[in-house]
Design a protein around this ligand. Structure first.
Ligand code: ZN
Length: 245
């Protein structure tokens, strides 16, 4: 069986700059996320970080990638526009994209959404209860009616996104706010899934339910076999009718 080729992209800044965050994620968040995926034999997982040449996302590497996972926060502005162009093109061709937590403000997510992607937030370590809106969705398989994360940053509505094709999860926070925390869209041939949890100072990516959601999400956004590279052909008319290029 052909395995799904995944890159977990991590900004990898908090973990390098803060002793406190290093205590939560000693190997970096990207490696923790990758570890949660690697338990699944259907997935072939590697990581990439901002600090690498081309941010670890050279064209030839992206060409051999089925799904890209994106975690960024402090250094969105440091991501080269050229790399954003490249990722966008691959998504339009069919590569799946999973955007996590503060990746809502990443260049690539804002580019693909075309809206502000803003939200309200509060860092108070509140409990988050994630309700499953569609238990029949492939990303929700294996979950109950809801699951809880004991301590998380709050993200609340209004969330400045285009109306999702589907809202799969809806979060409630201890402080009373609600948020569309699992949303999907299609752009070109590519499926996109945004998943809210994952603030750097909480061990969210070690939690079993979160790891399950990510494994399900990677499989759901992975391309369904076809790929269309848009070459903008100039199609001439001829006396015999339209010619195939
Ligand atoms: Zn955060």
């Amino acid at each position: 069986m052909k395995r799904i080729r995944v890159i977990v992209w991590g900004e990898n800044v908090h973990e390098r700059e803060s002793e406190l965050i290093r205590k939560v994620y000693p190997d970096g968040m990207h490696n923790c996320i990758a570890e949660g995926l690697s338990s699944d034999s259907e997935l072939e997982v590697i990581t990439a970080t901002l600090q690498q040449a081309d941010h670890g996302l050279a064209q030839n590497r992206l060409n051999e990638t089925d799904v890209l996972i994106w975690w960024g926060h402090k250094a969105h502005a440091k991501v080269a526009d050229e790399v954003v162009d490249r990722v966008q093109k691959r998504v339009l061709e069919g590569m799946g994209l999973v955007v996590l937590h503060s990746g809502h403000y990443s260049k690539i997510f804002k580019r693909l959404m075309g809206t502000t992607c803003s939200l309200i937030w509060r860092e108070a370590g509140e409990k988050e209860r994630i309700w499953i809106c569609n238990p029949g969705h492939p990303i929700a398989q294996g979950l109950g009616a809801y699951f809880e994360i004991p301590h998380e940053e709050m993200y609340g509505e209004p969330f400045g996104i285009p109306e999702p094709d589907e809202t799969i999860f809806l979060s409630w926070f201890q402080g009373g706010e609600a948020f569309r925390s699992g949303c999907s869209w299609k752009r070109g041939n590519g499926k996109i899934f945004y998943f809210r949890p994952g603030h750097e100072s909480f061990p969210t990516y070690f939690q079993a339910e979160v790891r399950l959601v990510l494994r399900n999400a990677v499989k759901w956004v992975s391309p369904e076999g076809s790929r269309w590279a848009d070459a903008i052909p100039n199609v001439k008319l001829s006396p015999e009718g339209i010619q195939q290029q």
